[in-house]
Design a protein around this ligand. Structure first.
Ligand SMILES: [Zn+2]
Length: 328
């Protein structure tokens, strides 16, 4: 995998040497303890998924929680994406943070954590799916008053990779193939997707879409941003045809000619976002269409949480949507 150091500046050969020589070693026990503490806290404030009573008890150093009413005794990870992984809770959370918050690829995260690619990939995908459902709940709890306009913009086309295939795996995570040849990826090209993003104050919502016609494609994005930051104020866009359908209080800046309209309308915030999102997406050699949609959305959620300085507890809460209630 020597070739990676050329294409992945975020994970250079020197960093790889530190890992191979055992100099950079991870100690995830404190993170394991933090996740455990938070999940048990959530249990104590959640009705029992079996009987619905608020009678769940937890103990330190005990892996199971206990319902005094119905004697249900699940593991504290029950009903969360931390459950039934070959990774500790801290490793699962760390893998996700390295994925969402750095330019390290899943291959590289597997090397850092000394785990198989598939183990890491599955854990990240599970957390990502949970985040999609849990982020609005947590965000609404944390949200600040909003005053800014909603800036909306679309990026150029990005390719989702190749159809029907996961990203290529370079053998084992550690001590794998000694051949340094680049993995060639066979298969049909995937879908061309357009990224659309909406930024309002600290909130960022990103979706990947197959085209942009306002009615079908932008409406869900704006509705999502509105749900997360209501009431919706002004919407600022560039002069793209698709936006002319919009029924909102809507002002445009015409792109090619100007960056800020005479009355101060601009979409600089969302344009800055592209300069961060594109390098992040480039770390995937390819994703399924669904994978790209999910990854783009994840980036927006984590970016928003970072913007308000959210704690790790808030991130953990995002992975427990409905506080296990869906299992009732
Ligand atoms: Zn119960």
């Amino acid at each position: 995998m020597a070739d990676m150091s050329h294409t992945q500046p975020a994970f250079g050969g020197m960093l790889r040497n530190l890992i191979d020589d055992g100099i950079l070693e991870l100690r995830t026990e404190p993170l394991d303890a933090l996740v455990e503490r938070r999940l048990k806290h959530l249990w104590e404030h959640t009705p029992c998924p079996q009987c619905g009573n608020r009678s769940i008890r937890t103990w330190e150093n005990v892996d199971r929680v206990w319902c005094r009413s119905c004697q249900f005794k699940p593991a504290y990870t029950y009903g969360t994406p931390f459950s039934e992984k070959d990774l500790t809770c801290g490793e699962v959370l760390l893998a996700f943070i390295l994925y969402a918050d750095t330019l390290l690829s899943i291959n590289q995260i597997a090397i850092v954590l000394d785990r198989a690619y598939n183990t890491i990939h599955t854990a990240i995908r599970d957390l990502e799916a949970a985040l999609e459902r849990g982020f609005p709940v947590v965000w609404n709890r944390l949200k600040q008053p909003y005053s800014g306009p909603l800036q909306v913009d679309e990026s150029g086309k990005v390719c989702s990779g190749y159809k029907g295939q996961d990203p290529p795996r370079p053998g084992r995570a550690r001590g794998g193939s000694s051949r340094s040849g680049r993995t060639r990826w066979q298969g049909r090209h995937g879908d061309q997707l357009t990224l659309v993003a909406a930024c309002r104050d600290e909130l960022t919502v990103i979706r990947a879409k197959k085209g942009i016609r306002y009615e079908g494609d932008l409406e869900p994005l704006i509705t999502e941003a509105e749900d997360l930051s209501q009431p919706l104020g002004e919407v600022w866009t560039d002069g793209l045809q698709a936006y002319r359908w919009m029924e909102y209080d809507h002002r445009t800046v015409i792109h090619k000619e100007q960056y800020i309209s005479p009355d101060g309308v601009h979409i600089n915030q969302v344009e800055c976002l592209w300069s961060l999102l594109h390098p992040w997406l480039r770390k995937f050699r390819g994703l399924s269409k669904h994978g790209l949609e999910q990854a783009a959305h994840t980036f927006g959620c984590v970016w928003s949480l970072n913007n308000i300085g959210a704690s790790l507890f808030a991130l953990i809460d995002c992975f427990t949507p409905g506080r296990f209630r869906s299992f009732a």
